[in-house]
Design a protein around this ligand. Structure first.
Ligand code: SER
Length: 339
């Protein structure tokens, strides 16, 4: 029997997977997933088959390779930046070893299919490392080639994997992996919360306020990094994957949207939830990580090469997406509950 053509999503149980998988299903992808844990029911409903296993091991991957014709890979599995600082060896194993396994799978699948296999790799603002505040202010909107001196295990892992992907796509013997990478800013979803990231203070502040819980922010009020609403991140990923290869001038692209300071973010939260209690107690490790990240990204190549323009600026993200959706999520839709 011919092998069924499928799209593989790794780390499918994470935040991006939760938002991306329904969109892929709506676009008629037959989706198989690989995650450490079984998927939540709302994601599983869109999935043809889920594999439970370790991305840095090869058992499940071998079974997938023998069973399916993998046409596209969305390789979302990773440990985020704070988790990676806490367990650097594990981070390297998962973030680098897992990506190598996916590049191998894509390469082998391309060889057996006689066609390139597309692989989406979500990278990060953590690939940048600004040495001090003066430089951070000076290079306010950072371009892809600037300051690629990561200060975290996560940033090192992601930057190295970007290079591996570029090598596989352009210089290896086969050039069979059509590797496409977006460098994502901090993501904010109304439906899910991140775990183990350093941009988590944004979404945590919002979700705490909506639940009437006090929030102690782990970075200082003047900390400024780029953020993006989850629907724009998914749009960016899908646009990049849909682009004609001939229009793509690079393998890694910044995508950006807005970049409030922690205090400006808190103002937006307070405007929606006036009784929110937000205090600041910077955690030295997490503050240092944010201080080395750029204040904003220059995403001109993403705009010109694959037409990605974010739909949500800060105000629209709060007014049209985050606040209505978190109010629904926490049952605040009636009257002034939660205020
Ligand atoms: N959101 C990620 C993190 O905080 C950055 O890519 O680790």
């Amino acid at each position: 029997m011919p092998r069924k053509p499928v799209t593989l999503v790794t780390g499918a149980g994470g935040e991006i997977g939760h938002a991306l998988i329904p969109r892929l299903a709506a676009a008629s992808h037959t989706i198989i997933t690989l995650d450490l844990k079984p998927l939540p029911a709302d994601t599983a409903a869109f999935v043809h088959r889920q594999y439970t296993g370790d991305i840095s091991a090869t058992e499940a991957i071998g079974e997938i390779a023998n069973t399916y014709k993998v046409r596209e890979i969305f390789h979302l599995a990773a440990l985020l930046s704070t988790s990676s600082e806490r367990s650097p060896a594990l981070a390297h194993k998962v973030n680098v070893g897992g990506t190598l396994n996916m590049l191998d799978l894509a390469n082998e699948q391309a060889a057996s299919q006689g066609e390139r296999v597309k692989m989406l790799f979500p990278s990060t603002i953590a690939v940048y490392g600004l040495p001090d505040r003066k430089t951070k202010n000076e290079f306010a909107r950072i371009k892809e080639h600037q300051w690629q001196q990561p200060t975290t295990m996560y940033g090192c892992n992601k930057l190295y994997c970007e290079h591996l992907g570029r090598y596989m796509a352009r210089y290896s013997a086969t050039k069979a992996v059509d590797f496409r990478c977006v460098r994502l800013p901090g993501l904010i979803s109304a439906d899910t919360l991140p775990t183990g990231g350093t941009s988590d203070f944004g979404p945590e502040m919002l979700h705490a306020a909506a639940q009437g819980k006090p929030y102690e922010c782990f970075v200082a009020e003047d900390t400024r990094i780029p953020f993006m609403a989850m629907p724009d991140a998914v749009d960016g990923i899908l646009r990049l994957m849909a682009a004609d290869a001939a229009t793509l001038t690079q393998t890694s692209y910044n995508i950006g949207a807005f970049n409030p300071s922690a205090a400006e973010f808190a103002q937006m939260v307070l405007a929606a939830f006036p009784s929110a209690q937000i205090t600041y107690k910077p955690n030295p490790l997490r503050q240092a990580i944010c201080d080395a990240w750029p204040a904003d990204v220059d995403d001109a190549p993403a705009r010109s090469d694959f037409g990605h323009y974010p739909a949500y600026d800060l105000r629209r993200a709060f007014d049209d997406y985050l606040v209505p959706a978190v109010r629904r999520r926490y049952g605040l839709d009636t009257g002034n509950a939660g205020r």
